[in-house]
Design a protein around this ligand. Structure first.
Ligand code: UTP
Length: 292
């Protein structure tokens, strides 16, 4: 039986240049969607899937993330003294148990693959979850929870994918499929990063959620910089496909790329409209704005 992943890795060391000037002093992962930082959605998704250790790959200027996932001692003491129990409850999902959050520095932003490799000693010889926190996935059941079910059935490595129009494939990592297990799950025979439309093996793109075996670290270790001069995670996965099983899983849910302005704004509107506590007040405001 496959070992169950216990740890999740969150690379948060990128520069966030698409969100300047907001990201000059504030990490882009701390930008808020409605009332929670983007990173917290991914952490809660991993916690819902049974993860009990959260590994953040941070960089300079990312201290706010560390503070966010800590006990805010003075704040909680003040809220307690004022009897604000509902507000104290709101803080709980951002406070992992003592010792359940680790932070490791990626000293230079050398790419996603390099960021993942920086987590190797903390992850150790265990399968792990990897989330690109920019990708906010909204749905009835968490994407990682769905992926864990696939992992329990098949083991190996599981990659979340989603369909995009064929003309958009050249912006993403794209998977090549083989055997079909059900409508959502296939085995993967290959991957290609940012292919030309005519060279793309499918229109299923890699969507920022992975369950990976620890052998990926050895592949990352020997990689040379690829596209954009960065160490690419896709290149390491391509190497590992020759040795291990990879499965694609077309998850149920909607993805918002919060590293991009349109995706970020869409996430705010969509999540506000889905929140029972604010939707009824926000909907007429949004409708009025659209008429202007
Ligand atoms: P992105 O490429 O979307 O992030 O990486 P970025 O480089 O911060 O964004 P822009 O293009 O400059 O606006 C996806 C995720 O991988 C992390 C980022 O923090 C983000 O969560 N990342 C990326 C690292 O941790 N290290 C890197 O070297 C690159």
């Amino acid at each position: 039986m496959s070992r169950k992943p216990r740890k999740a890795v969150f690379p948060v060391a990128g520069l966030g240049t698409r969100f300047l000037p907001a990201t000059k002093a504030v990490p882009k992962e701390m930008l808020t969607v409605v009332d929670k930082p983007v990173i917290q959605y991914a952490v809660e998704e991993a916690a819902e899937a049974g993860i009990d250790h959260f590994v953040f790959v941070t960089g300079r200027g990312k201290g706010a993330i560390e503070d966010h996932f800590d006990l805010a001692y003075e704040l909680e003491a003040t809220l307690k003294a004022r009897g604000k129990t509902a507000e104290i409850e709101l803080l709980k999902p951002s406070r992992p148990a003592a010792g359940a959050a680790s932070f490791v520095r990626q000293q230079e932003p050398l790419g996603l693959g390099h960021a993942v490799w920086c987590a190797r000693d903390i992850v150790g010889d265990e399968p792990f979850l990897l989330a690109l926190p920019d990708m906010l996935i909204h749905g009835a059941s968490g994407c990682f929870t769905q992926m864990m079910e696939v992992y329990e059935r098949h083991g190996g490595n599981v990659i979340a994918v989603e369909e995009v129009p064929h003309e958009h494939v050249s912006r993403y990592g794209v998977v090549a499929l083989n055997e079909k297990f059900d409508d959502r799950t296939h085995s993967i025979t290959g991957m290609v990063e940012k292919p030309k439309r005519e060279d793309a093996p499918s229109n299923l793109i890699i969507s920022g959620r992975y369950i990976l075996q620890p052998e990926i670290f050895a592949k990352l270790e020997i990689l040379k910089p690829g596209a954009g001069g960065e160490i690419q995670l896709t290149d390491a996965m391509i190497e590992l496909i020759a040795e291990q099983d990879f499965y694609s899983y077309r998850f149920e849910g909607t993805t918002y790329d919060c590293g991009d302005k349109i995706g970020f704004l869409s996430a705010n509107v969509a999540l506000a409209l889905s929140r029972p506590d604010i939707a009824s007040k926000f909907r007429p405001v949004a409708e009025l704005l659209l008429k202007q």
